[in-house]
Ligand binder design. Structure first.
Ligand SMILES: Nc1nc2c(c(=O)[nH]1)N[C@H]1C(S)=C(S)[C@@H](COP(=O)(O)O)O[C@H]1N2
Ligand SMILES: [Mo]
Length: 203
């Protein structure tokens, strides 16, 4: 019998996939939806993204402004704190560096609060959204990002747990201090590095 050679239960005895951070499993081709709020209907004609706070001039981009910026792609993995990881996926958008280069950051700017049009917030050190580590994305695996997954445009910060990737992104506020966002006030870790298993406060 075929399964006899693989051991009981048919579970793979192969080495653990090196792309999986500790405590994570591979969801395969699925992409679970996790939203703590009602999914809003946002259309590209009214969507906008603003950077404010510790900047010389507040700046707002429309959908047309966004699409006129240089595109780039993230090809790699994403990790949700609820233990699923999605491996070898891809997103298309604009690097956060491109937006931040277009505003003059105040010298004391060190953190950002990302805010969604729904009111969802999540905090990030500036260093986690610069240097090619964060994007505003509108497409996943070549298709328009669905509303359930934060479309038309979401934040993507794939090196941190996925609650940092705010769906329906509308605003980045530059701060000189760290402030907890929605899940961070409700017990999640302040930074959320999956490789350090920073799931909850105190991890
Ligand atoms: N605006 C908004 N963004 C959000 C959330 C949310 O509830 N609202 N949930 C976060 C959490 S906890 C996760 S795990 C991911 C889930 O994204 P997905 O539903 O596309 O998998 O979105 C994050 N971004
Ligand atoms: Mo999550």
């Amino acid at each position: 019998m075929a399964f006899a050679s693989r051991g009981f239960g048919g579970r793979s005895r192969g080495p653990r996939d090196q792309r999986l951070p500790p405590g994570q499993y591979d969801v395969g081709s699925d992409w679970p939806v996790l939203t703590a709020e009602v999914t809003p209907a946002i259309n590209v004609d009214t969507w906008s993204f603003t950077i404010d706070g510790l900047v010389d001039q507040v700046r707002t981009w429309s959908w047309a402004d966004l699409r006129a910026l240089p595109e780039s792609k993230y090809e790699g993995d994403i990790h949700c704190v609820t233990t699923w990881s999605k491996l070898a996926t891809d997103f298309t958008g604009v690097s956060m560096d491109v937006f931040l280069d277009q505003v003059k950051l105040g010298p004391s700017a060190a953190f950002v609060m990302a805010t969604s049009s729904t009111g969802y917030t999540t905090n990030l050190p500036l260093a986690d959204v610069t240097g090619g580590k964060a994007w505003l994305v509108w497409a996943h695996e070549g298709k328009a990002l669905s509303a359930a997954h934060g479309g038309p445009v979401r934040l993507l910060v794939p090196h941190l747990y996925f609650w940092k990737s705010a769906k329906f992104i509308s605003r980045f506020t530059l701060l000189d201090h760290d402030e907890p966002g929605f899940w961070e006030r409700n017990g999640y870790h302040d930074r959320g590095d999956p490789w350090k298993e920073q799931r909850y406060q105190g991890d």
